[in-house]
Design a binder for this molecule. Structure first.
Ligand SMILES: [Zn+2]
Length: 188
């Protein structure tokens, strides 16, 4: 069985890949447009979900009983410009459109809203922010995350790498400078 350790896993503990991008079958009306992650080992049944990138929230969808993908959040990856969509979350995301996210940012809780067989994360990676009904603008999320494209792969989270800190704002910088002026050497 394949195993991998990454520092930008959507689950900050162990998870397992239960379905692959591009699969076809009775479960889907076209290709499976994302990769499925489920809890593994000592991970709780409904683990928190985290951003896999430094990015910005560009869309959020609240499940009303009809959306196949349940509660969703869409994050634009500021490195690649592409979009990550988290689906089937227990509740609507606590984040808002325009919020900045980092790999330390909780984006929601893994759930089973929408068309599912049970609790899991359906994670999509697309070149467009909307859900492409032609299913031609999706890419394999596992490739982007460096996870082997194999069912049953165990994904470990390496939390030893600190997340990228937010860029200080001008206001913060000025405040710091003010104190640097007053605290200085004397009688040298
Ligand atoms: Zn799925």
């Amino acid at each position: 069985m394949a195993e991998v350790t990454i520092n930008n896993s959507p689950i900050h503990s162990d998870s397992i890949i239960t379905a692959l991008y591009g699969e076809t079958g009775a479960s889907w009306s076209g290709i499976h447009t994302g990769s499925d992650f489920a809890p593994y080992g000592s991970t709780p049944a409904n683990p928190d979900l985290y951003s896999v990138c430094t990015g910005v929230v560009v869309d959020k969808i609240t499940y009303t009983g009809t959306q196949a993908l349940g509660n969703q959040i869409v994050i634009q990856d500021l490195v690649t410009g592409y979009y990550w969509r988290y689906c089937h979350m227990t509740n609507p995301t606590p984040l808002n459109i325009g919020d900045n996210v980092y790999t330390s940012t909780k984006v929601g809780v893994m759930g089973a809203t929408g068309n599912v067989t049970g609790i899991h994360l359906h994670l999509e990676y697309s070149s467009v922010s909307y859900w492409d009904t032609t299913r031609t603008k999706f890419f394999n999320p596992l490739t982007e995350l460096g996870i082997p494209n194999q069912r049953g792969t165990i994904v470990h989270y390496d939390g030893s790498t600190p997340p990228t800190p937010p860029t200080p704002t001008e206001k913060t910088k000025k405040k710091g400078w003010k104190w640097q002026i007053w605290h200085r050497c004397k009688y040298l």
